[in-house]
Design a protein around this ligand. Structure first.
Ligand SMILES: [Zn+2]
Length: 217
């Protein structure tokens, strides 16, 4: 049993293990219940083409996915990070992809202090624990930016220009990097962070997210 499983078993002795979607109690070694799993709208294409490396997404960002993402964003909810990480790892295993380092889309210090944690880093940390791929926090957000939600596509790109910086280039140089975020809407944040990491000498950057907004029509 690896340390990730041991930790989960130990925690389950103190707190009941629950499904982050419906909050029902589940076995200690499960990450979600079967009935919630079947409600997820899984994305069946291997990789959504992106400007850099492409995006691996587990499911569509709908009502079912939101029930995991919301608590992750606002309550530092460990069960949600476990479930999102497990589902991303299942997808990576199915694709047979391998990586040298895992890293999360960073938050600006101001946002981090407000929330108290980075939800994408929680997922990345769990992925690192499950797979044994080392985690790096070598990329940082150096400029505070407007919320991407209110902006048009072209504005989103200028809004993010120069917002990220690689603090530890050695963490990424000559490496295949897995970049983690919880949700992807247009992919402009993932593109900008990927470009920043590639500029420090990474061989490739592939993004993986739990949920992706799917445009209708
Ligand atoms: Zn459930």
């Amino acid at each position: 049993m690896n340390s990730h499983k041991l930790k989960r078993m130990f925690i389950s002795l103190l707190y009941p293990n629950i499904c982050p979607f419906c909050k029902k109690q589940i076995e200690w070694d499960r990450y979600y219940c079967e009935s919630c799993y079947t409600k997820l709208d899984f994305i069946d294409i291997d990789k959504i083409p992106g400007e850099t490396g492409g995006i691996i997404a587990v499911c569509a960002y709908d009502e079912a996915a939101r029930s995991v993402v919301y608590p992750l964003k606002w309550d530092n909810y460990g069960y949600s990070a476990w479930a999102a990480a497990r589902l991303i790892c299942d997808r990576l295993e199915a694709l047979g992809e391998s990586f040298d380092v895992v890293t999360a889309v960073p938050m600006h210090k101001k946002d981090f202090n407000q929330r108290g944690y980075n939800q994408s880093a929680l997922i990345a940390k769990e992925i690192s624990a499950i797979t044994g791929i080392p985690m790096s926090k070598g990329v940082v957000k150096i400029r505070h930016t407007k919320s991407q939600k209110a902006l048009r596509e072209a504005e989103r790109r200028t809004n993010l220009k120069g917002a990220f910086k690689v603090r530890k280039p050695a963490d990424y140089a000559e490496k295949h990097v897995l970049l983690i975020d919880d949700v992807c809407t247009t992919g402009s944040t993932l593109s900008e962070v990927s470009r920043t990491i590639l500029s420090s000498g990474a061989k490739s950057v592939t993004s993986a997210v739990f949920a992706k907004t799917i445009k209708n029509g």
